[in-house]
Ligand binder design. Structure first.
Ligand code: 5CA
Length: 443
C-alpha cells in the first residue's frame, strides 16, 4: 500500500473532544469517524486492526471446540417477553416497530435468541454439550456514551453460549472459556486478569470480568499483585487441569468495585501485595444455570425425563479491544504507538525520501526494498513530507517496524528500527532475514 493512495485521514493535532489517549489517537490517525453520538464508522486502518483482533478471538474459540454461527442484529420482542427481560432491560434496549407494527429490537446481547435456536433443534442429552458463538454488532442505548469506541452505543462483540446437562458439566464449559480468554488476551499482548464480578442484567451468580490495568479504565479494581504471575501455559482442556487453573487464580483476591469488601481485602492480601487501581473490562463470562432454559422451556430428553439445560454466556468486546490495546501500548508523551505484530494494521513502513507522491514513482531503491519484503504487509510513505515528518507520522500510527531510505544511507544500506527504538544501518540483503523475523512474530 502506498500512503498517497490510502484512505488514512491524519489530523495535525489531537482533537479537542477526545479525553483519553485511545480516543485521541483513533481520531488523529483516522481509524474511526463518529457518525452520531456513540456510533462510529470504522475507517480502513481501524477496521484492519479490528479484523486481526477478531481473527485471534475466533481462533481461540475454535480451539476449545466452540462452533461459530451468525445471528441477526434485529430480534423479535417475543422471545424477550418469554424470558421476562423485555421490560427488565430498560432504556438501554433500542426498540423498533416494523411496518406491520411488530415489535423488534436491536440486540444488546443474545441469550434469548440462542436459547430459541437451541430448543428448536436439540432434543437429546446425546447432543450435549453445545458451545456456540458469533461475532456480531450489538446496540446498547448507553445513557452517556464516552471515550470513543470504549463505551459506545453500537459495538462489535464476540458472544458465546454454552449448553450442558448439569452443573458439573456446565462448570467444565465455563472453565474452557476461562482458558480461551487467557490465551486470547495473551496473544493480543495484554495482561488481562480474571476478577470476580457482578452479573447485572445477564443474571446468575458466577461471573468473571477480564480486566486490563489502565488509569483511564472505568472499573475500579482491588487485587493481590501475585495474580499477575499465575502461569496457565500448561493447562489442557481437561476437567482436572482446568479446575486447577481456576483454583490457581481464585486463591488470590481480585474483585471489581461492586464485589469489594474492605475487611476481606485486608484479611486476605498482605499489605505489600495489595493493588488498588483502575482497569478496562475487555471480557466478561457468566454462569446462570437454568435462568433462560426454564423460562423459555429449553430442555433435553435425559433417560426418560426432561432436564432443563444449564447455560453460560461469554463476551469479548472486540471493538473495545482496539481502544484497550492503545491504552496499554501508547506513549502519549512521546507520541509513539506500538501495535503488536499479529494485529498491526501494517507490519512494516518504508519511509522513502526519493518519492514523488504519485504512488507510481517511488525511488528505485524503495522498489528494491519492496521486492525483498515479499509476504510482508507493508506501507510505503511516498508523500513529499520530509523524513522526520514521516517518522513522526509512523510513530503515531504505530507500525512495528520502519525502514528509512534517507540521505544518511546512500547505496546498498538502509536504516531499520522498531518503532520508537534505536535505528541501525543494515545491508539491503539483510532484509530477507528481517522479513522472516516479522513473519515469525505474526502468529
Ligand atoms: N451476554 C453477555 C456475555 S456474551 C454480555 O453481554 N456481557 S457484557 O455485557 O459484559 O458484554 C461483553 C463485553 O462487551 C464487555 O466485557 C465489554 O468488553 C464489551 N462491551 C459492553 N458494553 C460495551 C459498550 N457500551 N461499548 C463497547 N464495548 C462494550
Amino acid at each position: 500500500m502506498f500512503i498517497s493512495k490510502s484512505f488514512i485521514p491524519i489530523l495535525k493535532n489531537n482533537p479537542a473532544e477526545a479525553k483519553i489517549k485511545s480516543h485521541q489517537l483513533m481520531l488523529r490517525v483516522g481509524m474511526i469517524k463518529q457518525s452520531s453520538a456513540g456510533i462510529y464508522s470504522w475507517l480502513p486502518l481501524g477496521f484492519k486492526i479490528m479484523k486481526k483482533i477478531e481473527k485471534i478471538v475466533r481462533e481461540e474459540q475454535d480451539n476449545i471446540g466452540a462452533q461459530e454461527l451468525l445471528m441477526p442484529t434485529i430480534q423479535s420482542s417475543e422471545i424477550w417477553k418469554e424470558s421476562g427481560r423485555y421490560d427488565d432491560y430498560g432504556e438501554e434496549m433500542l426498540r423498533i416497530k416494523d411496518r406491520q407494527n411488530r415489535e423488534l429490537l436491536y440486540g444488546p446481547t443474545n441469550e434469548e435468541l440462542i436459547t430459541e435456536i437451541f430448543r428448536s433443534s436439540i432434543k437429546s442429552y446425546k447432543s450435549m454439550p453445545q458451545l456456540l458463538y458469533h461475532i456480531q454488532w450489538k446496540f446498547r442505548d448507553e445513557l452517556r456514551p464516552r471515550f470513543g469506541i470504549m463505551r459506545c452505543r453500537e459495538f462489535y462483540m464476540k458472544d458465546a453460549y454454552s449448553f450442558d446437562l448439569n452443573d458439573e458439566e456446565a462448570n467444565f464449559s465455563y472453565n474452557k472459556f476461562f482458558l480461551a480468554y487467557l490465551n486470547t488476551f495473551k496473544r493480543l499482548n495484554l495482561s488481562a486478569i480474571p476478577m470476580a464480578a457482578d452479573t447485572g442484567p445477564i443474571g446468575g451468580n458466577l461471573s468473571h470480568e477480564f480486566v486490563i490495568l489502565a488509569d483511564t479504565g472505568e472499573s475500579k479494581i482491588y487485587t493481590d499483585k501475585r495474580i499477575f504471575d499465575v502461569n496457565f501455559k500448561d493447562t489442557i482442556l481437561e476437567k482436572k487441569s482446568l479446575k486447577n487453573l481456576r483454583d490457581d487464580f481464585e486463591k488470590y483476591y481480585a474483585v471489581t468495585d461492586d464485589k469489594f469488601n474492605k475487611s476481606d481485602f485486608e484479611k486476605n492480601v498482605p499489605e505489600e501485595h495489595r493493588l488498588i487501581t483502575k482497569g478496562i473490562e475487555v471480557g466478561h463470562i457468566f454462569y446462570f444455570g437454568d435462568k433462560y432454559s426454564k423460562s423459555m422451556n429449553a430442555s433435553v430428553d435425559h433417560k426418560g425425563k426432561k432436564d432443563f439445560v444449564k447455560m453460560g454466556s461469554y463476551g469479548v468486546g472486540v471493538s473495545r479491544l482496539v481502544g484497550a490495546i492503545i491504552e496499554a501500548k501508547y506513549d502519549d508523551k512521546k507520541e509513539i504507538m506500538r501495535w503488536p505484530v499479529p494485529i498491526a494494521p501494517y507490519e512494516c513502513a518504508i519511509l522513502d525520501s526519493g518519492s514523488k507522491a504519485d504512488g507510481q514513482n517511488v525511488s528505485k531503491k524503495a522498489l528494491n526494498v519492496l521486492n525483498k519484503l515479499k509476504g510482508i504487509d507493508f506501507i510505503v510513505d511516498d508523500t513529499e513530507d520530509n523524513i522526520s515528518a514521516k517518522i513522526k507520522k509512523f510513530n503515531l500510527i504505530g507500525i512495528p517496524y520502519q525502514i528509512i531510505l534517507g540521505s544518511k544511507t546512500p547505496g546498498d544500506v538502509v536504516e531499520f528500527r522498531e518503532v520508537g527504538g534505536d535505528s541501525k544501518i543494515i545491508k539491503l540483503e539483510d532484509l530477507q532475514q528481517i522479513s522472516k523475523t516479522i513473519r515469525d512474530k505474526r502468529n
